[in-house]
Design a binder for this molecule. Structure first.
Ligand code: AMP
Length: 428
């Protein structure tokens, strides 16, 4: 399958070629034609599947096909949970619309609204937004959604997870009833289904199974180690291995800061990225990391959503996540777009319950390695008194089709998903 055969216009094909894509990803193959037909879409896909192009390319084609109204009202809105993801999507929208007369911008909190308002005043066709700032600017009269033709709810599960349900409902109440709606979500909880039933009209179901992509493409390894030795071990791994670009995950903001300081003391350039950092600091850290000026980025799960770093070689779970799906999201940061990657997890005794849940979700045992000099006497035993997060509801087994190597494997599969009602119990 080629991009040409999906019915995309020449200016978009030119932009795709400029990006260097040769073959559509499974989600793009399925999504682009139905969006072009004007249908509502309910898509199961997460970051790493190429979903952004899956909705952006047809959206741009639809908008550019119609006559641009003189005053350029906002005709397409992409709602997304995090600032980083919003910025990333805007970058993609701009790249794909290089050869079109489409204007786009982004609004999100944590930065001054002045420049955002100025851009909006000049008129934009496509707006990418996080819910809070969007509603703020609507309340102040800077944004009108009365001309919206296409609404995209991206990473809907994460938006609900972050408490945006009310905000989403407010937006849905404002946008015109006659519109095209596209909802993307990695998991399908009852709440997501309710949202979809209420706001999509005869949606076409589109599925891709990125989890398998990551699980198959990523070389995963577990090291059972003592908690107190973790910082020492990770510093040794990065130094001895001369790793130049490593994304490290901690469970808490405080943990991220502490580890970052230790890295810096050991002479490794590192930056932390989490919810307490200003948007400026987060953007700077990410840019430094992408430019390879910073060797290690220490992140919490929420802050890391939407980070797109092609060909990231190493991901380390300094601490395992207490939500098993987050493990899949984390290791999805490596081995992206068909490349191989390494994901290492340092697991201490107290994390045995998390490891068990992750392996249950993956339906596989993650291979265990040994770091010389830091072996733990025995594999961790589970403490029956260990407090588990509430509402645990593991996913059903995954379908084994789907592939990250988009040029070769054209199966997109249809992974079984179950409700993911488990919530984070830590402060990100
Ligand atoms: P996304 O899931 O939208 O965040 O995309 C994940 C990564 O895949 C991004 O780096 C995209 O630039 C890249 N990508 C998207 N579509 C393709 C494609 N058809 N071929 C190769 N890379 C792609």
């Amino acid at each position: 399958m080629s991009f040409e055969s999906l019915g995309l216009s020449d200016p978009l094909l030119k932009a795709i070629a400029k990006k260097g894509y040769t073959t559509p990803s499974p989600i793009q193959e399925k999504c682009i034609p139905v969006v072009l037909q004007g249908k509502d879409v309910l898509a199961s896909a997460q970051t790493g599947t190429g979903k952004t192009a899956g909705f952006t390319l047809p959206l741009l084609q639809i908008l550019s096909g119609a006559q641009t109204p003189q005053k350029r009202p906002i005709r397409a809105l992409v709602l997304t949970p995090t600032r980083e993801l919003a910025a990333q999507i805007l970058e993609n929208v701009r790249e794909y619309s290089t050869f079109l007369k489409i204007k786009s911008t982004v609004v999100f909190g944590g930065v001054k609204q002045g420049p955002q308002v100025n851009t909006l005043r000049n008129g934009v066709d496509v707006l990418v937004a996080t819910p809070g700032r969007l509603l703020d600017l609507i309340d102040q009269g800077y944004i009108s959604l009365k001309d919206i033709e296409i609404l995209v709810l991206d990473e809907a599960d994460r938006m609900l997870d972050m408490g945006f349900l009310r905000d989403i409902k407010k937006v849905l109440a404002i946008v015109p009833e006659k519109r095209q709606t596209l909802l993307f979500s990695a998991t399908f909880s009852k709440d997501i289904k309710k949202l979809a039933n209420g706001f999509l009209t005869n949606p076409i179901l589109v599925e891709a199974t990125p989890e398998n992509t990551t699980a198959e493409k990523v070389n995963q390894k577990i090291y059972h180690v003592d908690k107190v030795k973790k910082a020492h071990i990770i510093i040794k791994m990065i130094s001895d291995g001369d790793w130049q670009q490593t994304l490290v995950f901690t469970r808490t903001k405080h943990g991220a800061n502490k580890l970052c300081e230790k890295m810096q003391k050991a002479g490794i350039t590192a930056a932390a990225i989490h919810g307490n950092k200003t948007q400026g600091a987060r953007t700077k850290a990410l840019a430094g990391f992408k430019a390879r000026e910073i060797r290690v980025l220490v992140a919490t799960d929420i802050a890391a959503r939407g980070i797109d770093i092609p060909l990231l070689p190493h991901v380390v779970n300094f601490e395992l996540p207490n939500v098993p799906e987050d493990y899949v999201h984390r290791i999805g940061r490596t081995g992206r777009a068909g490349a191989n990657g390494i994901a290492i997890s340092l697991v201490s005794h107290d994390e045995a319950v998390y490891l068990r849940d992750i392996e249950k979700l993956l339906k596989q045992k993650i291979p265990t390695g040994v770091i010389e000099g830091f072996e733990q006497g025995a594999a961790p035993k589970e403490d029956p008194k260990e407090k588990r997060p509430q509402n645990h509801s593991p996913r059903k087994p995954r379908n084994k089709t789907g592939g990250g190597n988009w040029g070769k494997n054209k199966n997109s599969g249809s992974g079984n998903r179950s409700n993911n009602s488990r919530r984070r119990t830590t402060n990100k």
